[in-house]
Design a protein around this ligand. Structure first.
Ligand SMILES: [Zn+2]
Length: 690
């Protein structure tokens, strides 16, 4: 399944879709803690070198003790997290190069065409502070007053489903066109749980340090913007807490992050129903009316990812909870608007973010505008970029590199010592059926019906949302257009993906830059980067604990024998147990179960690249391992580190160097690592999944 953004209001809580492999640390997802909280003591067996304060110039480094630090100390000391960012890494650098080109394109009036017009018009509206300041917060008044005026639960239903307001408010449920588990080629209507203010439903049971950051940030933003609308501070604070209480009831039935990352999640999510069965799930909440009024009633298949949720929703959706429900609507309506109002709001909200997430300064207005353009008009921005920077030759080169890695991967699978012939053969069949999506697609969605000329900023956003929803509705029941393979993600980001639902690796144009890819790389650098870090990693997702639940056609289907599955699970469990012993910082441990799919992909990607290396005469392993470690160099603010550790399927970057390399004899030989060294693992403790 692909993650699809259906306008701001329909954000929709599906998991599992695409396995993205980088980690975005941009100004879009800033995180922060109070001054003085920025302490990460130690880490065992390795220091958390992503927190710059942990590293000093006089520190001795040794590849035997902490390979990541050894390879990256100079980078750590000479780089800073830029203003407005919660982290900085080679992903960010590479992404920034593309971003700067895009910001130039947005200023270039000579580029002709509807897509160029769209992105320039929206960009200009965002940057027109005079017009935004003249309106202030007044565009919110009408819909804000409507929420406050609601007296009965029927009034709320009218807000959620009425012609004028149905697209404006938080819906208490997520829905949209997506592909399901059983037929990856046809769009169905997926019904999921809504996003939460504290992100992870577990936060409503016991608030973590990271949950406290989210709570403080979102509450302060609400108190500020509600204040601008005329609500007293005290009432705004109470309203926010009432919204948290209501979500606390819903959260009891929403999967936690840990549940979302567990292996049985697809089984739980795979519930296909008819429209009649779906709407029968809800007694009090007007699900039938909502789906009908928003255009999502059709006679095809619905996928309900969490049927139990509707019990909690029915418990909430009563007259007794009317003020709490209004509070939820108010918080989402106001908080989701703050990026599109006047300069005072923008500055105040930025200050609040910086206070909670430990970020300094802010990005330039041009960068802020680009981020919003790329998010709302993703297809248009990509089309304009490709028309200038797309190259058939680069595309071909990347395709060929992918094929080379796949060929080696086939050897790795066929020489596997623990799987039965049956499972091995099917794994190879799946490998051979992997489709390569290199650089960029030749087809994007049609944007010709969207027109935002003559609009104010908020009117333009409204038109874009409606256009997005109309497009999404048009997909229901239709076959997927495989040529538009970048639908649902932005190929300008420095990232790559494996998609289990169509068994593809997507090596997108955004990652094809320094230091990950260039035409003059040595073979050692190429194998470390493309061989291990990117292509080998993505292919491995086809065979990690999630991807291996899908077959060669992208159907959710068990192709394992029981004995093989047991052995595979035993190996993953051994890795989880090992990861659980690593202390990231303070008393925060890694959670193996949350990060094992990414760690399997890292390790198996490296295993594949080492096999490629073994065929090269005089291969320079030091150069290879050093490049591998250097690609993981990164810095993060403390709150981002906490977020990654607790909410992200990707392990902290320093462990993405140290854990994979310590599984392989070539590393031990190159650096003469032995018992007693921090990088040492006894042969019987090493982790090889495939
Ligand atoms: Zn990955």
């Amino acid at each position: 399944m692909k993650k699809r953004l259906v306008a701001v209001i329909l954000t929709f809580a599906m998991v599992g879709g695409i396995f993205c492999c980088g980690k975005a640390t941009t100004a879009d997802n800033p995180l922060k803690a109070e001054e003085g909280d920025q302490v990460t003591t130690g880490g065992t067996p390795w220091i958390d070198s992503e927190i710059k304060e942990n590293i000093t110039a006089d520190m001795k480094t040794d590849p035997k003790d902490d390979f990541h630090l050894y390879a990256n100390k100079d980078w750590i000391l000479t780089n800073e997290i830029p203003d407005g960012y919660s982290g900085w890494s080679h992903y960010s650098e590479c992404g920034h190069t593309v971003k700067e080109r895009c910001m130039e394109l947005l200023k270039d009036d000579s580029i002709e065409g509807h897509d160029a017009d769209l992105i320039r018009t929206y960009n200009d509206l965002i940057l027109d502070w005079d017009a935004r300041n003249a309106l202030g917060v007044s565009p919110l008044k009408e819909l804000y007053d409507k929420i406050l005026a609601a007296e009965t639960i029927d009034d709320i239903t009218e807000l959620l489903t009425g012609e004028d307001t149905k697209l404006e408010y938080y819906d208490f449920v997520g829905y949209g066109a997506d592909t399901g588990f059983n037929d990856p080629n046809t769009y169905l209507c997926a019904i999921g749980t809504p996003r939460l203010l504290l992100s992870d439903s577990a936060e409503y049971e016991e608030r973590s340090d990271y949950g406290n950051i989210l709570y403080g940030h979102r509450k302060d933003v609400f108190v500020y913007i509600a204040g601008r609308m005329g609500m007293p501070e005290d009432e705004a604070g109470k309203r926010f807490d009432a919204a948290i209480d209501i979500q606390g009831i819903l959260a009891k039935k929403i999967y936690t992050t840990e549940e979302n990352y567990s292996e049985d999640i697809y089984d739980k999510m795979n519930n296909e129903m008819s429209f009649e069965e779906v709407v029968a799930l809800s007694k009090n909440f007007p699900l039938e009316k909502l789906l009908t009024s928003t255009g999502y009633k059709y006679d095809g298949v619905y996928l309900v990812t969490n049927p139990g949720y509707f019990e909690a929703l029915d418990e909430v959706y009563t007259q007794e909870n009317i003020e709490g429900i209004k509070s939820v609507l108010l918080v989402y309506y106001l908080n989701s608007s703050v990026n599109f109002l006047d300069k005072d709001t923008y500055d105040a909200v930025n200050d609040i973010e910086n206070k909670y997430y430990g970020i300094s300064g802010m990005v330039s207005d041009e960068e802020m505008a680009y981020d919003l353009v790329a998010s709302a008009l993703s297809a248009s921005m990509q089309k304009v970029y490709i028309s200038k920077y797309g190259s058939e030759e680069d595309k071909k080169k990347m395709e060929n590199l992918c094929r080379e890695v796949i060929d080696t991967y086939r050897e790795l699978l066929s020489e596997n010592t623990w799987a039965s012939e049956e499972v091995k053969n099917y794994a190879i069949e799946k490998l051979d059926k992997i489709k390569i999506h290199a650089a960029y697609p030749d087809k994007f969605r049609d944007t010709s019906k969207l027109d935002i000329s003559g609009c104010t900023l908020l009117e333009a956003i409204d038109r874009m949302s409606r256009d997005e929803i109309a497009y999404n509705i048009s997909l229901l029941g239709k076959k997927m257009d495989k040529e538009m393979w970048a639908e649902g993600f932005n190929i300008l980001e420095c990232n790559a993906y494996y998609s289990p639902s169509d068994n593809t690796i997507n090596m997108i144009i955004g990652m094809m830059g320094e230091p990950f890819y260039s035409s003059d790389m040595s073979i050692e650098e190429l194998y470390a980067s493309i061989g291990a870090f990117w292509v080998g990693h993505e292919i491995s997702h086809a065979f990690d604990s999630n991807g291996s639940q899908f077959d060669a056609e992208g159907i959710y289907r068990d192709w394992w024998t029981e004995t093989d599955k047991e052995e595979f699970n035993k190996r993953v469990k051994k890795m989880d147990d090992y990861l659980d012993t690593i202390i990231a910082f303070g008393d925060h441990h890694f959670v193996g179960g949350n990060i094992d799919t990414e760690m399997v992909a890292d390790m198996t990607g490296l295993q594949c690249a080492l096999r490629m290396a073994s065929k090269v005469e005089n291969f320079d392993y030091d150069k290879f391992f050093t490049k591998y470690a250097q690609m993981n160099a990164s810095l993060e603010v403390y709150s981002q580190e906490l977020s990654t550790l607790t909410q992200d399927p990707h392990p902290l970057n320093y462990s993405r160097t140290n854990v994979p390399v310590q599984q392989f004899e070539e590393f031990y030989e190159t650096y003469d690592v032995g018992p007693g060294d921090n990088m040492y693992l006894a042969p019987e403790d090493r982790l090889i999944i495939w």
